[in-house]
Write a protein that binds this ligand. Structure first.
Ligand code: ATP
Ligand code: MG
Length: 262
């Protein structure tokens, strides 16, 4: 998303797969190739130890954050990759500023950190659930932009993906959680009341996306009804980002040249 560009989510087709010419087989083949590249590049990022990547995943309930993490990072060495899942703030977290619990989970040099939900919850949930006055969450757009700018200036590339699904797709996925015994555990009592707030959440997303799509950390708006397409988009952006980083294997220090191992 271009910085500041307005978006109407009801005009963005969550089934759109045209970027990969609509072919699932082609996307899946491409994902296998990307997984191989990602495995190599992640090791290189770790060894190079100069840069880092923060991946922020945002979506409505059942939007596919967990599935994206599972599929895109399949086969990657878990050393050097972390996942932080941000849930309802604890009493201690709620007693601090909203970024207090976020910052310790940002990636160190050489690392990739994945945020399953993030600081962005703090502009939607309090707004939609009317937990605090408008000015409290509204100031947070600026604070988020400045926080991300700090990370970027210090060597972290911030990749933000908004997974866009339709209301019908959410219904199908929530029903599956109730019907499939292997998915019961994913169902949360909050899913039902939150689903009733669908329009309010969409409005909150439509305001957040242009306000926080910046030159240094733009959003990728991902049509996400089709899981294979969503995974292909995220893998492609991630691999292209790593390829462009000019990562290098660190050379042997001069003092170690000619050292013999006996
Ligand atoms: P899934 O999308 O698969 O259901 P999940 O991320 O919703 O997974 P849960 O444990 O079901 O995981 O829910 C986490 C809950 O925490 C969400 O309802 C989310 O809105 C809430 N949450 C996260 N951050 C905040 C925040 N800063 N303020 C209030 N609620 C938050
Ligand atoms: Mg949930």
């Amino acid at each position: 998303m271009r910085p500041g560009a307005r978006v109407r989510l009801d005009r963005c087709d969550p089934d759109d797969t045209s970027a990969v010419h609509g072919s699932k087989r082609r996307a899946e083949g491409e994902c296998d190739r990307l997984a191989g590249r990602l495995k190599h590049l992640q090791e290189l990022l770790y060894a190079d130890h100069r840069r880092s990547i923060l991946i922020v995943l945002t979506a409505i309930d059942a939007g596919g954050k967990d599935g994206t993490i599972q599929h895109v990072f399949e086969g990657v060495n878990p050393q050097g990759v972390s996942v932080a899942h941000f849930r309802v703030p604890t009493a201690d977290e709620a007693a601090h500023d909203f970024l207090w619990r976020i910052h310790p989970h940002t990636p160190g040099k050489g690392e990739i950190a994945i945020f399953n939900r993030s600081h962005y919850e703090d502009v939607f949930v309090p707004r939609v659930e009317r937990l605090v006055p408008r000015h409290v969450w509204h100031h947070r757009y600026r604070m988020i932009n400045e926080f991300e700018r700090t990370l970027v200036l210090e060597g972290t590339t911030v990749l933000k993906f908004f997974l866009h699904i339709s209301e019908d797709e959410q219904k199908a996925r929530l029903r599956e959680r109730l019907n499939d015994p292997t998915k019961h555990w994913k169902f949360s009592a909050a899913d039902v009341p939150t689903r009733r707030l669908w329009p309010e959440y969409q409005a909150a997303f439509e305001e957040m996306l242009p306000r926080t799509s910046t030159r240094w950390a733009p959003w990728y708006l991902v049509p996400a009804n089709k899981k294979w397409f969503r995974d292909w988009v995220v893998s492609t952006v991630l691999v292209e980002t790593l390829e462009a980083m000019d990562l290098r294997w660190p050379p042997l220090p001069a003092a170690w040249k000619g050292v013999e191992i006996r």
